[in-house]
Design a protein around this ligand. Structure first.
Ligand code: ATP
Ligand code: MG
Length: 427
């Protein structure tokens, strides 16, 4: 798939490059052609002006080189009143059909391009400025475009060779650059593929459990709900797990697509921290875990309340999940060096040093068997990381195996603490 994309990228790049070069080269060629024709026309016009200054134009007929500046590229043709060619200078420059091509034409513009004997000429025709001369009625000055055409032809070949070389270089460089440009896309594609594979794998387990347990129920249709309660409880647990997994996947999918999910406002963080902590208290009580709090009041934060709540739940859920009975959890909230600080530390099992760099990866679970038994899918901290990033904050985890874990959250303090009892004030 990537090879195909790379090939297409290179073709499109080369085509655009070719188009740009072709347009620029055409402009250069047209400009050059105009300049060279213009120069030729000026030479013709200067010759015409000089002829106007001669007293006796008939003399031009007799001299082979009527003009001191005349070079071999310029020829003079003279016609009488009857329209017959009476002379040319240098003599014998044109004969027969070629001669006829330069005949004076009243309908033609003063300067025109004429092709005779497969050669191009620029022709300036004008009536004899010295009236009363019967011998010469009209004059044509003809200048060969051979040199101009040679210059233009060699310019054209240079341009074609230049374009061909540039396109060849652009194709080679394009392959190299496309390969480099595709590296992050390839990585993100692989990450996405792994994400989908992991998600499907995680969804398969609860689906299989629900399937099996429901079949068991159907095998004994006469049993009462009470008799089947363990099976029903298993179905309920797995469907809850599946629901949470789908919610988490949706959050991450939305965060990936950069959908605007953060609606910030001033949050009374002290109340939010106490509220979330209290929700966990009863659960902690059943596990014989003590939850202590040290929350500065008032404490305010600029953020999305539901997302910050979700973040606190993820961190506290981990602390509770990975702390054995008799342990202790401490929740701290305060201002610290211009930031809002939230700390959640536990006396739980801790995280091994080699696992620490991976805990924010999607579907990463420290001890897979243990955390699956705890209902974990390994998405919690990935979501936590996204929420913290979206609020411009940082998340740090310090941990020692069998001693405990400390999660530190720091957010920019966009809102200062309100005066006692007042509302948070913007700074
Ligand atoms: P989920 O939160 O999605 O239900 P989870 O808890 O396994 O599943 P994360 O919250 O992302 O996933 O945590 C990743 C891993 O980090 C966990 O599996 C666990 O091994 C380790 N971990 C996280 N917090 C703690 C903690 N407080 N104590 C010990 N280990 C932790
Ligand atoms: Mg978790």
């Amino acid at each position: 798939m990537f090879n195909n994309i790379r090939r297409r990228l290179v073709i499109v790049n080369a085509a655009v490059f070719l188009l740009v070069l072709a347009v620029l080269s055409s402009m250069l060629y047209v400009h050059m052609r105009y300049r060279l024709f213009h120069e030729t026309d000026e030479i013709l016009q200067q010759a015409e002006r000089r002829i106007g200054t001669y007293r006796n134009v008939e003399e031009l007929l007799r001299s082979d080189h009527p003009e001191p500046q005349q070079d071999e590229r310029t020829t003079y043709l003279f016609w009488n009143v009857q329209g017959q060619l009476v002379g040319q200078s240098p003599k014998g420059s044109f004969s027969g059909t070629a001669e006829g091509q330069f005949r004076y034409r009243t309908d033609a513009s003063a300067i025109r391009t004429v092709t005779a004997d497969n050669r191009s000429y620029r022709v300036l025709q004008f009536p004899n400025p010295h009236q009363g001369s019967d011998a010469i009625a009209t004059i044509a000055i003809v200048r060969s475009l051979g040199d101009v055409n040679n210059t233009l032809r060699s310019l054209l070949w240079d341009i074609i060779a230049g374009i061909a070389a540039s396109v060849a270089i652009s194709v080679v460089a394009g392959f190299f650059l496309a390969e480099r440009a595709l590296i992050p896309i390839r990585r993100s594609w692989e990450r996405q593929q792994r994400f989908v594979a992991d998600a499907s794998h995680e969804l398969r387990t609860p689906t299989a459990v629900i399937h099996a347990q429901t079949e068991l129920l159907l095998r004994h249709p006469a049993n009462t709900i009470e008799q089947e309660s363990p099976n029903i409880a298993a179905i309920l647990k797995e469907s809850r797990r599946m629901g949470k997994l789908v919610d988490d996947l949706l959050t991450l999918a939305r965060s990936d697509s950069n959908e605007q999910l953060i609606q910030p406002s001033a949050i009374a963080l002290d109340s939010l921290l106490s509220e979330v902590t209290n929700h966990f208290r009863s659960l902690a009580h059943t596990k014989d875990i003590e939850i202590a709090t040290d929350i500065r009041k008032p404490l305010s934060l600029w953020g999305d309340e539901s997302r910050i709540r979700q973040l606190l739940v993820i961190v506290l859920d981990n602390a509770l999940k990975y702390t054995p009975a008799g342990g202790r959890i401490e929740v701290t909230g305060r201002y610290q060096a211009g930031s809002v600080y939230i700390g959640v530390s536990d006396s739980g099992c801790g995280i091994a040093e080699e696992e620490l760099p991976h805990i924010f990866e999607r579907f990463y679970r420290g001890d897979k068997v243990r955390s699956r038994a705890q209902g974990g899918t390994g998405l919690g901290l990935s979501i936590a990381q996204w929420i913290v990033d979206a609020h411009g904050g940082t998340i740090r985890v310090h941990s020692k195996v069998n001693q405990g874990t400390k999660v530190e959250l720091l957010f920019p303090q966009k809102h200062r603490a309100p005066a006692e009892g007042g509302n948070p004030a913007s700074v």
